[in-house]
Design a protein around this ligand. Structure first.
Ligand code: PLP
Length: 343
């Protein structure tokens, strides 16, 4: 299939409509067989549960062109499982894992000419989502649902290299104790919009949220988990029930230990510990950014600067970045089961 004629290196991180999408509907207690369609629009009742009570969950993963020209996705089984967990928490019928994997394969295959070429820095972002579709006015879950996947090519997150960013400690909380912070529900992102606009208006790239119970521990940012490198070159990442279990972060923990011999600890990380200078490098990790280096954390005017500085990614995060992207792009052998080829 001929690739679309696009300026891959300059497409940015925005929505570009592709040719095909996947849709499956849940009615009468079961999912239908699902179809690939051209229609990018959805017609729903004004009273659909998703509009009234935000009953919607989603996922995000990418398709890559490898060095030897294959189209692959990275650990989509974990996205399938996380989406099932998200759905259960919002009383939605989970879309079965095997069906999810099949749908990802079909929709990427159908849009294969939008998968950016190897070396362009761009990838095909894959957005599975599902929502309550029938009218609901009393507060209760819907009885009918749609599961959909669309794709959109996205450009390199870092234009001109991975420049460190400055993030702030947020006064807003992202998640309640025993709430929904650990799932990928639209509601978690709706309430983060004010905080991110306010952060941008004040010159910060992102918000770091503290644990909502005590506001003393580091949790995550609005769209990424956080990793630290201590003075001995060990990786430390916060443990919490209210952060999203990032697939990138879980993969980096394996890459660090198994590929790079870096000791990894997942534990409480207090803001006081970060302020004491215990860590030399800090990065945000997720599907979109892979690893975005943090040069400075601003805590209400007090600056916590990392030794890696504001010019480039620190040496340990760079090794993690190179190894993970090497695995994703087929330059480095992947652990068993991490790479799903689209044939
Ligand atoms: C709140 C939040 N944390 C972390 C992540 C990173 O998760 P993943 O590595 O699975 O993309 C995301 C993005 O999906 C996110 O929205």
């Amino acid at each position: 299939m001929a690739k679309k004629d696009m300026d891959w290196a300059n497409i940015g991180f925005g929505y570009v409509k592709t040719d095909k999408r996947y849709v499956s509907e849940y009615k009468g207690g079961k999912w239908d067989d699902g179809v690939i369609t051209d229609d990018d629009t959805i017609t729903l009742s004004e009273c659909a549960c998703v509009f009234q009570y935000a009953q919607t969950v989603f996922e995000g993963l990418k398709a890559y062109t490898t060095e030897d020209g294959r189209t692959v996705t990275f650990r989509p089984d974990l996205n399938a499982e996380r989406m099932m967990d998200s759905a259960k928490r919002l009383e939605m019928p989970p879309f079965p894992k095997e069906r999810f994997l099949d749908a990802v394969k079909k929709v990427v295959k159908a849009n294969e000419d939008f998968v950016p070429p190897y070396g362009s820095g761009a990838t095909l972002y894959i957005r599975p989502f599902m929502f309550g579709a029938n009218p609901v006015i009393g507060v209760k879950p819907a009885e009918e649902y749609q599961f959909r996947i669309f794709t959109t090519p996205v450009g390199p997150y870092f234009k001109g290299g991975a420049k460190p960013i400055t993030v702030r400690i947020s006064d807003f909380d992202r998640a309640a104790p025993r709430g929904t912070g650990h799932i990928k529900a639209g509601l978690n992102y709706a309430m983060s919009l004010h905080a991110i606009v306010d952060a941008h208006n004040n010159g910060f790239a992102e918000n770091i949220y503290l644990d909502p119970g005590t506001r003393t521990k580091i949790e995550e940012t609005g769209g990424a988990n956080i990793i630290f490198i201590d003075g001995d070159g060990n990786m430390v990442t916060p443990a919490s029930d209210s952060i999203l279990p990032s697939i990138t972060r879980r993969s980096l923990m394996v890459v660090a230990e198994k590929y790079l011999g870096i000791k990894v600890t997942q534990r409480d990380v207090t803001l006081a510990e970060v302020e004491s200078g215990a860590f030399k490098e800090c990065g945000l990790c997720g599907t979109a950014a892979v690893i975005s280096p943090v040069g400075c954390i601003n805590d209400h005017g007090r600056e916590i600067k990392f030794a890696s500085g504001m010019e480039k990614m620190g040496p340990t995060l760079q090794k993690l970045y190179d190894t993970l992207t090497g695995i994703q792009m087929g330059r480095i052998e992947a652990p068993e089961g991490w790479i799903y080829e689209i044939k």
